[in-house]
Design a binder for this molecule. Structure first.
Ligand code: PMP
Length: 304
């Protein structure tokens, strides 16, 4: 069971988390017509009365874009100020995760996005490591990532997560920690809630947007940091066989941070992972606001 933060933003106000309840007839529950964000906050290790939020602006912009796909006009600036207020109200003392959610909120049936009310809520929970930082084993999923022609993949649309859920449960049922999904063309796309990177011959390779990935914000941060460190980076299709013989494979995501992959199917990967380790360390320093070069990525919320 999770430890939820005490207050939620729900129907326009802050109320105790336990009181934020929806009807069983809520439209989005039936049709997957919601979209969410997910961002991490941590108490500032140097200043305990401050909370650090990583790439708040990008998370709010992505959620605002997702809301547009649901025909809901919710400016990123509105989401941003509600999240800042949410953090101040909750006064978190440990590492946590914020889940903002937009959804069709009417009671009733018939899938559609027009003539249906929309709403927005935010809640949070304490969150340490989502996946083991020591590394995970991955199954190549029998479920394929959806295509943009069926679903707006640039939005984090809640209904799309049936595929992630099927893939994750299939992988765990077969004794693995995580799933890697191919796209319809059979190229590596992403994991159940993370982007995928490989390292070969000192070069970092990750699938591009043509491989139907989510526009991961951690992915974007890693690409920028790697380029700044002078590590060669390329965004291109990755075949299954290339994944299996890579020197390093890692997953990236807000919850997963940078998680090494130890094994894919029955292929053990090398335990020496210099680039994964370097990027993980660098990302940790950036999120803890210890890296002056990337201070613009960290929003500081004062709790006093
Ligand atoms: N892909 C999917 C399907 C995800 O749910 C996530 C988590 N948001 C990611 C990739 C990674 O994105 P981010 O780095 O923005 O958390």
């Amino acid at each position: 069971m999770h430890n939820f933060l005490p207050f939620a933003y729900f129907e326009g106000q802050f109320i105790p988390f336990e009181s934020a309840k929806l009807s069983i007839a809520t439209h989005a529950l039936h049709y997957g017509t919601g979209a969410f964000g997910g961002l991490r906050g941590i108490p500032d290790p140097q200043h305990p009365h401050q909370i650090l939020l990583f790439r708040l602006d990008r998370h709010c912009k992505r959620l605002s874009d997702s809301a547009r796909f649901l025909q809901f006009d919710l400016p990123a600036s509105t989401i941003e100020s509600i999240i800042v207020e949410f953090v101040k109200k909750n006064q978190p003392t440990t590492s946590f995760y914020i889940r903002p959610f937009v959804y069709t909120s009417d009671l009733g049936i018939a899938p559609r996005l027009h003539n249906v009310a929309k709403d927005f809520f935010v809640y949070g929970l304490e969150l340490g490591d989502y996946l083991s930082p020591e590394g995970v084993s991955c199954r190549i999923s029998s479920w394929y990532r959806q295509e943009d022609r069926s679903l707006p993949l640039r939005g984090k649309i809640s209904g799309a997560y049936i595929t992630s859920s099927l893939a994750k449960t299939e992988a765990v049922g077969a004794g693995f920690d995580e799933a890697i999904l191919m796209n319809a063309q059979g190229k590596v796309s992403e994991a159940s809630g993370m982007n995928v990177f490989i390292v070969r011959h000192g070069q970092i390779i990750t699938p591009g947007y043509e491989q139907d990935i989510l526009e991961g914000i951690t992915r974007d941060s890693i690409l920028t940091v790697a380029r700044d460190l002078g590590i060669p980076v390329v965004e291109r299709p990755i075949d299954k066989s290339e994944l299996l013989i890579a020197d390093e494979v890692f997953l990236s995501g807000t919850a997963a941070k940078v998680t090494p992959v130890r094994r894919i199917e029955n292929y053990e990967l090398p335990s020496h992972r210099p680039i994964t380790d370097k990027l993980r360390e660098k990302l940790t320093a950036i999120t803890e606001n210890r890296d002056p070069q990337y201070q613009a990525w960290v929003s500081v919320v004062s709790l006093s």
